[in-house]
Structure formats: C-alpha cells, structure tokens
Design a binder for this molecule. Sequence first.
Ligand SMILES: [Zn+2]
Length: 288
Amino acid sequence: MPELPEAETIVRGLREPLEGRRIQSVRVIRPDVVEGPASRFMAGLAGRGVQQVGRRGKNVVIRLDDGSRLVVNLGMSGRLLYRPPGDPSPPPTHPVAEMPLVEGEGEAAGTLIYHDIRRFGLLRILPARDYRSWSDSLGPEPLDRGFTARYLAQACAASRSPIRSWLLDQQKVAGVGNIYANEAVHRAGIHPRTRALRIPDQRIPRLHRAIRRVLRDAIEARGTTLRDYRTAQGWEGSYAGALRVYGREGEPCPRCGTAVEREVFGNRSAFFCPRCQPVPTDEPRSDS
Ligand SMILES: [Zn+2]
C-alpha cells in the first residue's frame, strides 16, 4: 500500500509532464472511486490548468488554476500513470479515470491515468478552503522542519498507543504506513508494541532519526514495490530489497541474525527482531 515515499516518487514523476499543462477532458470509467457525482468531478477538472503537483502525507495533491486541488488517495493499489503522446505501451488493465492533457494552443501533451486494481483509492476535488482544513487535520510532514525530536517526544508522551499504531495515525504524523513504521522502530531498537509514553526520553532522538532515514532512503529507491505500486512512469520501486523486518518473518535480522517475528495487533502485522527490540517489560504480553 503506497505510503509517503511511494506518493513522493509519483509526485516527482508527474511534475514535469503535468505542471503548466491543461486537462482537456475527463473520462470516468469507475465512478465508485470518485467522490460525489462523476458529472461534478468531470466539470471540476475539464479545462483546468495544472499549477503544481505536490503531496500531503500519502496523498498526491494536484493544484489547479482555480485554487482547487485534486487530491488522490492511492488506497491499496492505486497508480497515477503518465503516458506521453504516441506511447506504444499496452492500454492499462484497470483504469478508473483518464485525463488527456494539452499544452500551448491545444497540442496533445499525453494522458494522466488513475489506475486501481482493488479500487480502495479515492479521487476528490477540494476547493481551496476545504483543502486547507483537510490539510490542517493531518499531523506534520515527517521530512519537514516542523517534525522535530521535541515534537515527537511531546506527542508520544501524551499517548498510550503502541508506537507502531501511533506512527500509523495520520493525525500524529502524516505519511507513515505499516511498512515504514515497522522499519523505523526496528532501526530505533523499540518493540512495535511499546506504548508511546513508555519510550525513554533518550531513545526519542534515535526514533526521530530512524523515521526520517527510512523515508529518505525509500524515496531514493523510488519506493517499495511488493505487488501493485508503480511510479508515474510505470516502473517498480526498489526498496523491497532493503527492508530489514517488514514481510521477513523467519528470516535473520540484518543486525544480529535472530529470526524476525510477526505479531498481529491493531488488525495489522508487526514485524520485529525479538533481540534488537525487546518486549516492553512493564506490559504483559497478551495486553495489546
Ligand atoms: Zn536483531
């Protein structure tokens, strides 16, 4: 499921082909993935110029020339693909919406396609004011300056949630999902079930560094492709080979060689090294 590094990679691949161009028309093939009536969605986009392609948390945000934003939540398997004019690759297998682009006096400038096999994604158009209040409801961007070790310490001190679940809460920090939450707590030597307020103060800077490091490294590798994720150009990301614990149950911890374990809580799998990330001693094992 796409997280911050995957959304960021898609954004980087869409800036050049989209910014400064115009959405000529919109074809909605699967209206269930669009918020509100498809006719309203199409009317909100057709003819609009693209000013900027950006990201908020795991969402791709396309700012239009009337101040509104097309916000794309990629769900489990969403892809935003750009196909240049005359692209010879076969048509997409599960298109949800297609937007031909034009530039200058109306010359064809390729097509933006939202593709989603499982259709848990969501496309919506937010007017400027609605966009701001939605964005304000999310936590800080973990790679921005506002996300400091001090913020992390204060926010953790106020929560009894297991740290893995805390990291998945988009209102605490925006963009981290299950893959990078597990990787970050492994790097920080913290068991995923440790309650946020039980993390010792002196361990917080290490967790802060681990979160940023794992996200930056994954962006560098163009994200993690386990199954469905692709970049805007249709490529796979290469970070899967660098994962230390996520999806590696029974395989050796790269740091100490102990077999990685898996435990389900909060309806999601947690992966950890029982030696590098000892079970919190103040909590009984069954208490999650
Ligand atoms: Zn280990």
